[in-house]
Design a protein around this ligand. Structure first.
Ligand code: BJW
Length: 243
C-alpha cells in the first residue's frame, strides 16, 4: 500500500468520497460503460438515459429501468461499500457522495449519502417533476401519474438534466473543504460530478483515485491506486490501522 496515501489518511480530519459504478461492480451491478448483455445488448446506456429517449420511446426506457430495478433485488453490498461505512466512523467530518442510483451504500449501512444522480427505486412524474410514491397499476407501460395522467419515470438524472441543487451544492462544498478526497470506481467523464475532484485539488486536498483502470483523473490525482475497490479499500483500512 502506498505510504503517502496511508500518511494522508492518518493526518486527515475531513474526508470526502465520490463513488461511481465501479464500487458496485463486485456486487454484480454492471457499470454504466460496460457493454450491456441479454435483452439490452443492442442498446447503449448513454442512449437510453436521456429525456429525448424517454419522449421517443417511454415504454422501452421504463422497461430498461424496471429490469435494472429487479436485478437490484438479487445483489448485496460488497466489501468496498462496507469499508466506506467503517472509514466514516474514523473522521469528525466525512462526506459520502455517490453517482450511483442503486442504494447499495445505504444498504451497507452508510448513514448520510449525497445522491447526485437520484435513486432508481423512486419514481417521479415526467411532466411535473415531483416524486410519486404510489400509483394504480393498469398494465399501461409506463404507468400514469395519479395527479396529471402524464407518464411516470424513474427519479434519476439523465443527460442534459440539472442535478438536484442541494446535492450538488453540498457535494461541491464538501469537496472544497476536505483534507483527503477519494475518487472511487468512476470513469470521471460525466460532469458536473467529474468537477468535484478538480475542486478538491484546487483547494489543496490530497486526491486519491481508486480504480481498476486509468481515467482522465489519473494523471492529475495525487495518488492513484489501481485495483478493484472491494479489494483495495479493505486493504487500505488495514494499512491505516482502521481494521
Ligand atoms: C472499477 C471496478 C472495480 C470497474 N473497482 N473500479 C461539461 C463538460 C462536458 C460535458 C458536460 C459538461 N457539463 C455537462 C455536460 C453534459 C453531460 C456530460 O457530462 N457529458 C459527458 C459524457 C461528456 N452532463 C450532464 O448532462 C449532467 N447534467 C448537467 O450538467 O446539467 C447542466 C446542463 C444541462 C443542460 C446542458 C448543459 C448542462 C447530467 C449527468 C447525468 C448522468 N446520469 C447518468 C445516468 C443516471 C441514471 C442511470 O443510472 O441510468 O449517471 S449517466 C451515467 O454516468 C450515470 C453514472 O452515475 C455516470 C457516471 O458513470 P460512472 O459511475 O463513472 O460509471 P462508468 O461506467 O462510466 O465507470 C465505471 C468506472 O469504474 C470505470 O472507470 C472502471 O474502470 C471502474 N471500475 N470496476 C474499481 N471493481
Amino acid at each position: 500500500m502506498d505510504a503517502g496515501v496511508v500518511a494522508a489518511l492518518r493526518r486527515a480530519q475531513r474526508v470526502t468520497v465520490l463513488t461511481g459504478a465501479g464500487v458496485s461492480a463486485e456486487s454484480g451491478v454492471p457499470t454504466f460503460r460496460d457493454a450491456q448483455t441479454g435483452l439490452w445488448a443492442n442498446f447503449k446506456p448513454e442512449q437510453l438515459a436521456t429525456p429525448g429517449a424517454f419522449r421517443q420511446d417511454p415504454k422501452l426506457v421504463w422497461e430498461w429501468y424496471a429490469w435494472r430495478r429487479e436485478k437490484l433485488h438479487t445483489v448485496e453490498p460488497n466489501p468496498g461499500h462496507k469499508a466506506l461505512v467503517a472509514l466514516a466512523r474514523r473522521y469528525p467530518e466525512f462526506t459520502l457522495i455517490t453517482q450511483n442510483v442503486d442504494g447499495l451504500h445505504q444498504r451497507a449501512g452508510s448513514k448520510r449519502v449525497i445522491e447526485l444522480h437520484g435513486n432508481i427505486t423512486r419514481t417521479k412524474c415526467f411532466d411535473e417533476n415531483i416524486v410519486v410514491p404510489e400509483w394504480t397499476e393498469t398494465g399501461e407501460v409506463p404507468p400514469r401519474c395519479p395527479q396529471c395522467r402524464g407518464h411516470l419515470r424513474p427519479d434519476v438524472v439523465w443527460f442534459g438534466e440539472e442535478l438536484p441543487d442541494e446535492a450538488i451544492n453540498e457535494a461541491t462544498r464538501a469537496s472544497g473543504a476536505c483534507d483527503v478526497f477519494l475518487s472511487i470506481g468512476t470513469s470521471s467523464v460525466v460532469y458536473p460530478a467529474a468537477r468535484l475532484s478538480e475542486v478538491a485539488l484546487r483547494s489543496g486536498a490530497t486526491v486519491v483515485e481508486i480504480n481498476s483502470d486509468e481515467t482522465p483523473l489519473t494523471r492529475n490525482a495525487t495518488f492513484s491506486l489501481r485495483g478493484a475497490s472491494g479489494m483495495v479499500l479493505p486493504e487500505l483500512l488495514r494499512a491505516v490501522g482502521f481494521a
